[in-house]
Design a protein around this ligand. Structure first.
Ligand code: CS2
Length: 488
């Protein structure tokens, strides 16, 4: 058998609505519902995560015959995905891989796409359209600023002016109490336009809802390899193909403009609860907290993807200990040991190829959600969060932008320039590095920067990493722990 080469891949047609019958004949799950229907959801942030998570839930609802969940997918700035999807009639394939096997699915929920920075008016019109009921958001941690707020508030003002009811606006970003944060941002912005839109802030508070929600599914950014396997599986080129795991979870607060959405979503596998916080805290601290630790570690050790990291016995032992001793015991989510064990399996999934550098992107925005609260709780219990101190030390080492083999890499972070300069300025002196970077309140809060014993442990581990390299330092970290736990 001849392997397809790049040139005959180039001869293939590209996925679009006309391909669906052929794909269905190949046994690929494709939309069996009419795709011409209306938009019921405006989604902001057209990254991989939405397309492999909420868009698949909406696809399941459309499959069930409920026509209200077609999506307008809005990229905030980058036109690449929006334009690629437009050329493919909103279609793309998702490879779902777990130890039970692999299959491909083509969800059909995305009806139209556009770019907020280019087509703001289209977004505003969609927010003010009578068929629109929901807004979902995956704009990342750093996206909750004036640009987002102004767009939403203009849309909501147009909606109110048209005499329509409010919307359910569900943030799906990895922020604690993401719904409350979005609500506060929209209301404050509406208040600042009071001269233009009198009463808008009150209308938003009364007519719209902002449920908190926790979303979980590991969805790495697409790679050329993934696009190539899509071309083989589909017999077509798909320039927007993605890979993900079988696991997914969406826990959302019961706070909907249309109360019956609770039942509708539950039927599609979404968990509707009165309080999302126990779920979101567990996810941010166990999953995302471990991810950020492994991302910095992998970047410095030269391990490119998460499954390579967790395959190292020293890393696995460390992550297990971090979750078991420093994160899990303070969680309200009762089933955290099962969630931890499932996570260790999910991290090991070799099909994901989840890049450590992707996860290490925007660390300055992610760390505040992921580490400080756990560290503080352990300190309050009069113990030293040694694993988190080690993780913080690895982040400091990571900021030098060169790995243990001397290979440079790029830092992608809104604070990259400042953080990199501070990490280099004090590179020879671990204590000075910790003083400069672990006392920033925007990252670490108020209490941790004043905790001298905690800062001293970070400095200790940083000097170990500086002397021996990150994996040898981790090995001695783990050895120290087994010594401590076996000595009476
Ligand atoms: C990751 C998340 O990139 C990151 O920061 O930790 O995208 C993670 O994969 C998802 O939150 C999983 O649900």
């Amino acid at each position: 058998m001849i392997k397809p080469t790049v040139s005959n891949a180039a001869l293939k047609a590209t996925l679009n609505s006309a391909s669906l019958t052929t794909l269905a004949e190949r046994g690929i799950r494709t939309p069996s519902y009419p795709r011409g229907g209306l938009v019921g959801v405006v989604h902001l942030g057209l990254g991989a995560f939405h397309r492999a998570h909420q868009a698949i839930v909406f696809d399941a609802l459309l499959h069930s015959g409920d026509k209200r969940w077609g999506v307008l997918g809005v990229a905030m700035h980058n036109p690449a995905v929006a334009d690629t999807l437009k050329a493919q009639d909103g279609l793309y394939a998702v490879q779902i891989a777990s130890s039970a096997g692999t299959h491909w699915q083509v969800p059909g929920a995305i009806r139209h796409t556009c770019v907020a920075a280019r087509e703001a008016q289209q977004v505003i019109a969609a927010l003010a359209a009578p068929t629109t009921r929901w807004v979902t958001l995956t704009v990342t941690e750093k996206g909750y600023g004036p640009e987002l707020a102004v767009l939403l508030v203009r849309g909501l003002a147009a909606r109110r002016a048209a005499g329509l009811g409010g919307l359910t606006l569900a943030s799906c970003d990895n922020l604690s109490e993401n719904g409350r944060k979005l609500e506060a941002l929209c209301v404050a912005t509406a208040q600042s336009t009071e001269h233009e839109h009198a009463g808008l802030a009150d209308w938003i508070t009364q007519a719209c809802t902002f449920p908190n929600s926790m979303v979980d599914r590991i969805v790495p950014a697409a790679t050329p390899e993934r696009l190539q396997s899509a071309a083989q599986a589909l017999g077509l080129n798909d320039h927007a193909a993605l890979g993900t795991e079988a696991f997914w979870e969406w826990v959302i607060e019961r706070r909907f403009v249309d109360a019956s959405d609770a039942e509708t979503l539950a039927a599609a596998g979404v968990t509707v609860v009165d309080d999302v916080r126990p779920f979101e805290t567990a996810k941010l601290r166990l999953l995302n907290g471990s991810h950020t630790a492994m991302a910095c570690l992998g970047a410095v050790a030269g391990l490119p993807v998460i499954s390579d990291c967790i395959a190292q016995p020293a890393v696995r032992q460390f992550i297990h200990q971090l979750m078991t001793e420093e994160v899990g015991p303070q969680l309200q989510r009762q089933d955290w040991p099962q969630y931890r064990d499932a996570l260790l399996e999910r991290f090991a999934n070799p099909a994901l190829q989840h890049s450590v550098h992707q996860i290490a992107t925007d660390c300055s925005q992610k760390i505040p959600q992921r580490w400080p609260a756990s560290a503080l709780s352990v300190l309050h219990a009069h113990r030293m969060p040694e694993c988190l101190a080690f993780a913080a030390a690895v982040w400091l080492r990571y900021l030098r932008a060169v790995d243990d083999q001397g290979t440079p890499y790029q830092l992608n972070d809104p604070m990259a320039t400042e953080l990199h300069a501070l990490a280099l300025e004090h590179a020879a002196n671990a204590t000075a590095t910790v003083q400069a970077l672990c006392t920033l309140p925007t990252l670490w809060g108020d209490a941790l920067p004043r905790h001298t014993a905690w800062l001293a442990r970070i400095a200790h581990w940083l000097s170990q990493i500086n002397q021996h390299g990150v994996i040898p330092a981790l090995t001695s970290f783990n050895a120290l722990d087994s010594l401590n736990t076996t000595t009476p």
